[in-house]
Design a protein around this ligand. Structure first.
Ligand code: PLP
Length: 445
């Protein structure tokens, strides 16, 4: 018989086989229970096995699972586009559905370039971005990503789009504090635009709260206002990559809303389908669509499974569930409670350097010396050890890689389903405490 293999992230690692999920918990085939404090990859926003979503899934499957977007549309796709327009600020009215966050950022990049082309400007093709960022794994998305680890092998194929420092206040390159810093890191964008030339730049892309590359790095208060102003002054579109932060993760449909800015294009993914279906979106404003509607009348992109009725019906059910159960209104208070508990732990564990984040997207950075903020040596693999220790104890936390090797430290993210109850939060905190206690005994140097 022919042998068969599933290519797993680390080929010689052993991965538990998950049998089923219920709420914030996953259960493996040996009966071991895991509290999913990472929502997988900040995705399972309403927990596992929700009957209402399963029902919506079944209902759509009984009607039709697939129609090709060049031939037909579906009630599910039309209704989802309407729901997103209703739930997002300003005139972000036009949704292009794809299957992953990487496709969403690629599509956003293409829409931005096409916008300028339709206006008769062919030279604006670059999409500037920041270091310590992650916008996806495909080559266009990776070109925008300031994640040195994930770029490394593919650099010859990538564009040099990351050009400015992130708003990483814990390790500010200027050694200043907001707001007296006057957002020096945001103002780097002005300098970069002058160096490269606004006539070559289609857009600037940023995650409202930096996720995978930095571990829930939230910006200081007026950071994005400065960024948006610079973009507007130089006629550069602003793309908010809300693949991780969107769909309620920080307590708003879009995290940008916290800082009162409306992007020209937004990307959604992950929590949009909450893990029940592979679905993501690039959502464009009327301003962006206007020249395209007056010109080509086509967004020059698309995939076979774009606007798949099955995925759209599921994402619609997820957004309706979030709305109906007023889930977003509980996110802020749950996040505040979490932060308080984490701060208590910080007084107990010297290796907790920074606690940060927004809503239920929280980050913990580990340091070898809290006073000097000295990171652990990279080869000590502290993040990996912490994640493995937690998993042993039945707790899933998200490893957040570093974007600037040797400069920023090891970190993890805590981002449980938004539906987590008070009792489950306390259980999560207890498991995290056990993990940190074990780490202090085994690895702390
Ligand atoms: N953008 C952001 C902000 C992300 O966090 C991610 C994934 O982590 C992506 C894009 C890529 O999404 P996907 O893994 O679904 O392709």
């Amino acid at each position: 018989m022919k042998r068969s293999y599933l290519i797993k992230p680390v080929l010689d690692d052993v991965y538990p086989v998950i049998d089923y999920g219920k709420g914030v918990y996953l259960f493996d085939m040996d009966g071991k229970k895991y509290l999913d404090a990472a929502s997988g990859a900040v995705t399972a926003n309403i927990g596992h096995g929700e009957p209402e979503i399963i029902e919506a899934m079944n209902q759509q499957a009984r009607r039709v699972s697939f129609v090709y977007r060049s031939q037909f549309t579906s009630e599910a796709a039309e209704s989802l586009a309407k729901k997103i327009a209703d739930m997002t600020p300003g005139d972000l009215n036009w949704s292009f559905f794809v299957n992953s966050g990487s496709e969403a950022t690629e599509t956003a990049m293409k829409i931005a370039i096409q916008y300028w082309q339709e206006k008769g400007i062919q030279t604006k093709t670059k999409v500037l971005s920041r270091w310590v960022s992650y916008h996806g794994i495909t080559l266009g998305a990776l070109s925008m990503s300031g994640h040195t680890g994930r770029r490394a092998r593919f650099v010859p194929l990538l564009e040099d789009f990351p050009v400015i420092n992130p708003p990483y206040c814990y390790r500010c390159p200027y050694q200043l504090e907001a707001p007296s810093c006057q957002y020096a890191c945001a103002r780097e964008l002005e300098t970069a635009i002058q160096r490269i030339g606004a006539d070559k730049i289609a857009a600037f892309i940023a995650e409202p709260v930096i996720g995978a590359a930095g571990g829930a790095i939230a910006p200081p208060e007026d950071y994005f206002k400065v960024i948006k102003q610079i973009c507007d002054t130089h006629e550069i579109l602003f793309i908010a990559d809300e693949v991780m932060t969107g769909s309620g993760r920080t307590g708003e449909m879009l995290a940008c809303t916290h800082w009162e800015i409306t992007p020209d294009i937004v990307t959604l993914g992950k929590g949009m389908g909450a893990g029940y279906a592979p679905i993501a979106a690039a959502v464009a404003s009327e301003k962006v669509m206007e020249p395209i509607l007056a010109g080509t009348k086509q967004v020059m992109s698309g995939h076979t499974l774009s606007a798949n009725p099955q995925s759209c019906a599921i994402a619609l059910a997820v957004l309706e569930y979030i709305e109906k159960n007023k889930i977003m209104s509980q996110v802020e208070s749950k996040g505040v409670y979490f932060k308080q508990q984490l701060e208590k732990m910080q007084s107990q564990f010297e290796f907790i350097g920074d606690i940060r984040g927004k809503g239920l997207m929280l980050g913990i950075e580990f340091v070898a010396d809290r006073g000097t903020k000295k990171p652990y040596p990279r080869q000590a693999l502290i993040t990996q050890k912490m994640v493995a220790l937690a998993k042993e104890k039945g707790l899933i936390v998200y490893p957040a890689g570093s974007g600037i090797d040797g400069v920023n430290g090891d970190s993890i993210m805590i981002a449980p389903p938004l539906t987590i109850t008070e009792k489950e939060i306390d259980e999560l905190i207890a498991l995290l405490n056990e993990t940190f206690t074990a780490f202090a005994q085994d690895f702390s140097c």
